[in-house]
Every structure is written in structure tokens, then in C-alpha cells.
Unconditional design. Structure first.
Length: 158
């Protein structure tokens, strides 16, 4: 009984943290309040599905700090979720986020979802394998991308 409780606490501890810009696949990728007010404003716009505002704020964030993987990740997310996404720009900024932070789980999840949008299942699965390696146990980003891949595969003609 005690070992089970300790294991449960350990699992919970590994799966928590400030993953607000990490992903999760929902309409609001925020899970905790960011310390950066600019990121908080982007998060608010995303939560309202105000993709134009989120894009503008994230683009301004990149101009302020081009070395922020979070700004690049959220900029690509806002573009991808808006009307008529420019996928070349989406891929550019997800890849820049991952160049800056190769362990950015949200960018891996969202990049995998972007690959599904363009029909590249193999590349989406590569991102899932990367998340599997990054997440000690399971994590929200892995779970959401795995579900997105399963949904994609279920929609494909047999």
C-alpha cells in the first residue's frame, strides 16, 4: 500500500510543472500562469481563439526576444490554428523553437499535429517517438499527439 502511494506521488511529481506553453493540444495550451506578461497576453488571446491577436503578440515577442522558444512555438500555433494557415511559416517557427530548445515538448507535439495537417503521418510519428523519449512517464503532449495520430489514422480510407 505504501509503495503504491509513493509511486503515485512520484508519477504525479514528474508529470507536473509549468507546461503552459508546452502544448496539450487543446484550444488553450496554457496550464499555468506564465511569468512573462507578454506570454500571458498571448496565452489570453489563444484562450479566446483570437488568432490574429495571438499572432501579432507572438510576432512582437519574437522581435523583442528571438531566442525564446516559447514565442516561436506560440507564434506557429497561432498561425496554424487561424484561418488559412501558412504552413511554411508554421514549420519554420516550430523548427526554430526546437533549435532553441530541443526538449520543448509543446513544440514537438504541435509540430506533429502540423505534420498531420499536411498529411505527413511518418513525420508526426517521429515527433511522437521524440516525446516518448522526453517524457519520463507519459506527459500531456505525448498523450495528445498520440490521440491526434490515432484520430488521423481512423479517418484514412482503408
Amino acid at each position: 500500500m505504501t509503495r503504491t502511494l509513493i509511486l503515485a506521488i512520484a508519477i504525479a511529481a514528474f508529470n507536473t510543472g509549468a507546461t503552459w506553453a508546452a502544448g496539450g493540444g487543446g484550444p488553450d495550451p496554457a496550464h499555468a500562469e506564465p511569468k512573462d506578461p507578454a506570454l500571458a497576453a498571448i496565452q489570453t488571446a489563444i484562450g479566446k481563439s483570437d488568432w490574429a491577436q495571438a499572432r501579432a503578440l507572438a510576432r512582437a515577442g519574437i522581435e523583442k526576444d528571438a531566442s525564446s522558444a516559447d514565442y516561436h512555438n506560440l507564434y506557429a500555433y497561432a498561425i496554424r490554428m487561424g484561418a488559412r494557415p501558412e504552413m511554411e511559416l508554421v514549420f519554420k517557427h516550430y523548427n526554430e523553437a526546437l533549435r532553441l530548445d530541443p526538449k520543448h515538448r509543446g513544440a514537438h507535439e504541435y509540430l506533429g499535429e502540423a505534420y498531420l495537417m499536411v498529411g505527413n503521418l511518418a513525420k508526426a510519428k517521429e515527433q511522437l517517438r521524440t516525446l516518448d523519449n522526453l517524457c519520463f512517464f507519459s506527459c500531456a503532449e505525448f498523450t495528445m499527439l498520440k490521440k491526434a495520430i490515432a484520430d488521423y489514422e481512423a479517418r484514412q480510407p482503408r
